[in-house]
Design a protein around this ligand. Structure first.
Ligand code: HEC
Length: 114
């Protein structure tokens, strides 16, 4: 087999992996802060996931509004986390950094304006 005959399958394999990577990116937003935000969404006490549906985090809580529908911007998420709202408790044990990461994550994951 010559090098020329090998080149085409390699190119095809490369294109397929690029397409797979972009499909993955569309379904779940990537990046270290997105991972950290997702972890907080399901791991904070009590977990946001218990009460909220958020497709990106694959949660289906139904006590609070579906975040994918209300698409809150980061400031609105932060206010809810800091002060609580209705049945939602205020989160007094999260650090400022955690609140920032979580708020940005929810806004980005729902496609809200930043
Ligand atoms: C015990 C259930 C519960 C938990 C846990 C919870 N929420 Fe909520 N959340 C609610 C309810 C209920 C509302 C609607 C409150 C209302 O409008 O009266 C709400 C509202 C919101 C809103 C919309 C606020 C607005 O301005 O309308 C956001 C954003 C939100 N929650 C994000 C979060 C995040 C992020 C977490 C985790 C840190 C979380 N929630 C944890 C129940 C919960």
């Amino acid at each position: 087999m010559t090098a020329r005959m090998l080149a085409l399958p390699v190119k095809i394999a490369f294109c397929v992996s690029l397409a797979a990577a972009s499909l993955y990116g569309a379904a779940r937003a990537a990046g270290p802060d997105m991972e950290a935000g997702r972890a907080l969404f399901v791991g904070a006490t009590p977990a946001c996931a218990l009460c909220h549906t958020l497709n990106d985090a694959q949660t289906s809580g139904a006590i609070g509004p579906k975040l994918d529908e209300i698409k809150p911007d980061a400031a609105r998420v932060e206010t809810a986390i800091r002060n609580g709202i209705g049945q939602m408790p205020a989160y007094t044990t999260l650090s400022d950094k955690e609140i920032e990461v979580l708020s940005t994550y929810v806004a980005k994951a729902t496609g809200a304006q930043q």
